[in-house]
Write a protein of this length. Structure first.
Length: 352
């Protein structure tokens, strides 16, 4: 197994005749060209097993291996918890502000690095089976080995997995329960946004069931969301498309990429900054039948603390309603596995 302090890359055809420093600067942009030049000069970069110079030319298929210099790691929330474990799988309750995999400067400050190398015990062969956005909290399913990841990945790819999310959205959807059936594709005027407009690039079918769990007048609603397909940003796109964007969602409350970038750089200016610093979306439950055991498995994650705090704040400041929806739409068995958050809602409903 490769050391966690090395990175590697196989050169794609488009970089033929680039020098090593040019390639490293583009491929791993978290170090500037001069830093990479110094690192090559220090003998810490190899091409096809041989030390190289800054001006060494590369060709397609070359294998570049680098030992990594230390740099200041970005901040991340490492307060994840293991909420499920068996011989083959882990269930992780991932907090917001934590990437699942490495990217950019987040070489170590990500869930998989922490599980593999920093946790006690460590899980060196672990890999994620599903992903969540960095700012989405909740259930991440992790396999303890390659065969498990491959087998479980097929379940997720064929949508043989049931997922339930909780989201705080603007407004109050009408009707109180329903299906959002809108194709999703890349937005033609954006490099980062997906959408549901008629002029999308390569749209794909997408369906989401929803039900209101709680409302605060017409201002906010807490929704249960059940995605029936697995498109990128599906829940964020679908709730925004029906006029009820997720609270704190900088991307799908912005109208241009420039506005989104500004809000990312200056989060205090973003909508809902006074309520929550990220989009208020949480994966509360994931259910599946692993092919290894053929026994049904459900992994649940209690509502993230920051989102629970927002709900409590809205309860204090506003008049809540809509608890009848919760008790009518969710069976007793479902309520039990939603944990203390649902029980708190039931207790409040009974007292009113």
């Amino acid at each position: 197994m490769r050391s966690p302090h090395t990175i590697s890359s196989t050169v794609p055809p488009q970089f033929v005749q680039w020098n090593v420093v040019e390639y490293l600067t583009v491929r791993f942009p978290y170090l500037a060209a001069e830093s990479w030049r110094d690192w090559v000069a220090a003998g810490q970069v190899w091409r096809n097993g041989e030390p190289c110079t800054a001006e060494s030319l590369i060709t397609a298929g070359d294998f570049i291996l680098c030992t990594m210099p230390e740099w200041e790691q970005p901040e991340a929330n490492l307060n994840y918890t293991i909420v499920y474990e068996d011989e083959w799988l882990l269930g992780i309750n991932k907090p917001a502000n934590l990437r699942v995999h490495s990217g950019g400067k987040f070489l170590k400050m990500n869930l998989m690095y922490q599980l593999k190398y920093a946790g006690q015990p460590a899980y060196p062969e672990a890999d994620s089976i599903n992903r969540l956005d960095a700012d989405t909290s909740g259930v991440v399913v992790v396999g303890k080995g390659t065969d498990v990841v491959r087998a479980m990945g097929h379940l997720f790819a064929t949508q043989a997995v049931q997922k339930e999310y909780v989201a705080l959205v603007h407004g109050r959807p009408h009707p109180a329960e329903g299906i959002i059936d809108l194709p999703i594709g890349k937005h033609p005027a954006s490099k980062v946004r997906f959408g549901t407009a008629a002029d999308l690039l390569a749209p794909r079918p997408a369906r989401t069931r929803y039900a209101i769990a709680q409302t605060w007048g017409e201002a906010y609603s807490l929704l249960h969301l059940w995605p029936e397909t697995g498109r990128t940003h599906q829940l964020r796109v679908h709730t925004a498309a029906i006029g009820h964007p997720i609270v704190g969602d900088k991307l799908y409350q912005s109208t241009t990429d420039e506005e989104f970038i500004h809000w990312r750089r200056h989060p205090e200016t973003a909508p809902d900054a006074a309520l929550i610093g990220r989009h208020a979306l949480h994966c509360a439950r994931t259910s599946f039948t692993p092919p290894i055991t053929n026994e049904p498995c459900t992994i649940t994650a209690p509502l993230a603390e920051d989102l629970a705090a927002v709900v409590a704040q809205l309860d204090r400041e506003g008049v809540s309603s809509g608890f009848d929806c919760l008790t009518k739409l969710i069976t007793r068995a479902e309520r039990e596995i939603q944990g203390t958050f649902t029980l708190r809602l039931e207790a409040k409903a009974n007292s009113e």
